[in-house]
Design a protein around this ligand. Sequence first.
Ligand code: BGC
Length: 461
Amino acid sequence: MPFSSGVNGSSAAYPAPSASSVQKFPEGFLWGISTAAHQVEGGNCNNQWSDWEAAGRIRSGDSCGLACDWWNNAEVDFDLAQGMGLNSLRLSVEWSRIEPEEGEWNPKAIERYRQMLDGLRRRGIRPMICLHHFTHPRWFEAKGAFLAPGAGVLFERFARHVVRELKDLCQDWVTFNEPNVFAALGYVMGDFPPGRTGEVVTAVRTINAFALAHARAYRAIHEVQPEARVGWAHNYVVFQPANAKSGPDRWIAGLLSELFNESFLRIIEHGRLSFPLNLTNGSLSEVQGTCDFIGLNVYSRFHVSFGLQHASQLFGNVFVPPDVPQGDPGVDKPYGEAYPQAIRAAVKRTAGLGKPIYILENGVPDATDRIRPWLIVNAVREVHSLIQEGHDIRGYFHWTLTDNFEWSEGWRLRFGLLALDPVTQQRTMRNSGRLYSAIVRGNQLTPALEAEYVLPVNSAR
Ligand code: BGC
């Protein structure tokens, strides 16, 4: 999800690979990929994103269509994942298929998800399920979504239903994908439904509502499946003051980080927000401690300067300088600086919660595979050194296996280890897919792999 409003570079110098030794991962380390229902299944036309698309809000003008055709044939990608040696895969279930009208359950949807989970397990791939990845049914949106009274109860009921039906096939559950992204893009930037801009207080209230719904689901899932492991996926962004000597730049970078990175985390950690954000809610104490693991989605660094003309974004100008590593740009915005070191920042920030950590998303939009191999090598290296330092990181899930429908950017941004032609559904393995597979199969990164796959420097776009 592009986040910035500013400059986009045209070329970049990339740090050369420099590993000199084999970096071996612990036995049982999870190597996976992540996906989301709306982005891969195709044919989802009963959620708020299908309305967003019908309203012409996909910037590229694309339609989601069949997406990767998972509803009919996810198995083609499961075979490819198995062939690459992956041992885990994160997918999400589509609430609008399972509960198409309020209180009406669709057994056929559950049956298809059971088939998919069974298919993964038979291929030696451990599934992790996310219950809400940005989409929900129209009827839920019409009620006011998570800001409506009673939303948490409805989400809890959905979570109970799903876990009751699928618990023999899955043990790892992510309640929500990125409440902070949903809130920032939906209420501040206007890039996601409901498309509002500058509503910072509503964004914080949305995060609070997600937190309460998460806590209800966390307890419900444990009631239904005592051995379940439940967490959420937290998007972590590095906000870099454009000028480290400028007080206003440092202040705005700190404020954006507090709002974006810290809010949900603080609620989980302490059961409350810090002042003055805590004025936006009633008690959140029931949320404290409701996670068995921390899921981190980490992609980017954004540079931030203070600017009076950016009043709707709290006077923050969020931009990407031209001379940093970047993937492909969005339709009218840069995606962000490709910054594998953000993994270190995210792990350091969350390690204090004392829970196992999974990197649940990391990737770059890169149709021609210009920098993805570089990104993978550096991300894997970062994870390895954090494990060596004693951090309990249990898995790395790349975003994503096969190019999928990238929200408001449509087919414009390509994140796959495999390229997809959405018309023919033809998949083509990218070089980065071969690299990732070699790392996964060996459970290690070697200097030879780096030398073979990573371009040293200066690959122009
Ligand atoms: C989201 C994905 C998205 C990816 C790339 C993540 O923040 O969870 O749904 O496709 O970023 O933008």
